[in-house]
Design a protein around this ligand. Structure first.
Ligand code: VGL
Ligand code: ZN
Length: 212
């Protein structure tokens, strides 16, 4: 984008899953995942409204490979709602891994939306769980508050950021991904696929330098 994007009162910054388990040393570490923290802290100062998501699984969650005897992390299974990647145990409710990165500094966050708490359904998107039907309530919340544009950043680009951005767009919001404030897992080309899917859904991409 050649025009600068100045966040206004109708805009919200959605900070996705910046949790210890997705950062180096965590159970499902994203390469360089903690590099987003400083970028997001700086961005946060430019937005009047901040919302965070927190991946929040019960022990034994069905997205964990450990819940499927003989299965390994990063394999894919057929869940009742479709294909589901199996993950290492991560972001278990109440554990240190599920806490936000300690340097993430967002005291002004107005809502923290937890997702993935239903034992049998995973939820990548902040809007709809992986059955693509069960709503988290975020769409209604954003509409009730009158927000028009959702700026999205965090972890991981190809999973939770990806599905959140597509759903934001399909739910009628302008969806803008801050690409340098995201990092990807990139499993078997998942990043390239995610970028295509987001583009097709009308998601815009900018860098943090375009803001403010
Ligand atoms: C995520 C895989 C499993 C994410 C969450 O935040 O992108 N990815 N759970
Ligand atoms: Zn998860």
């Amino acid at each position: 984008m050649d025009e600068r994007l100045v966040p206004g009162v109708d805009d919200v910054l959605l900070v996705v899953d910046v949790q210890n388990d997705f950062c180096p040393g965590g159970a499902l570490a994203v390469a360089d995942g903690d590099a987003v923290v400083a970028v997001i802290n700086r961005l946060a100062g430019m937005f009047a409204h901040l919302i965070q998501t927190q991946d929040w699984h019960p022990e034994g969650h069905r997205s964990f490979a450990s819940a499927h005897p003989g299965r390994q992390p990063f394999e894919t299974i057929e869940a009742p709602y479709g294909a589901q990647t199996l993950w290492p145990d991560h972001c278990v409710q109440g554990t240190r891994g599920a806490e936000f990165h300690p340097a993430l500094d967002l005291p002004g966050a107005e809502l923290i939306i937890r997702k993935g708490f239903r034992a049998d359904i995973d939820s990548y998107s902040a809007f709809y769980e992986n059955d693509r039907k069960t709503a988290t309530g975020l769409g209604g919340y954003l509409r009730d508050r009158g927000f028009a544009r959702v700026f999205i950043c965090g972890l991981a680009t190809d999973y939770c950021v990806h599905y959140s951005a597509v759903d934001a767009s399909q739910d009628g919001f302008a969806a803008i991904v801050l690409i340098d404030a995201c990092r990807a897992i990139d499993l078997d080309g998942s990043l390239a696929e995610a970028m295509e899917h987001m583009e097709g859904a009308g998601v815009a991409f900018v860098t943090s330098g375009d803001i403010g």
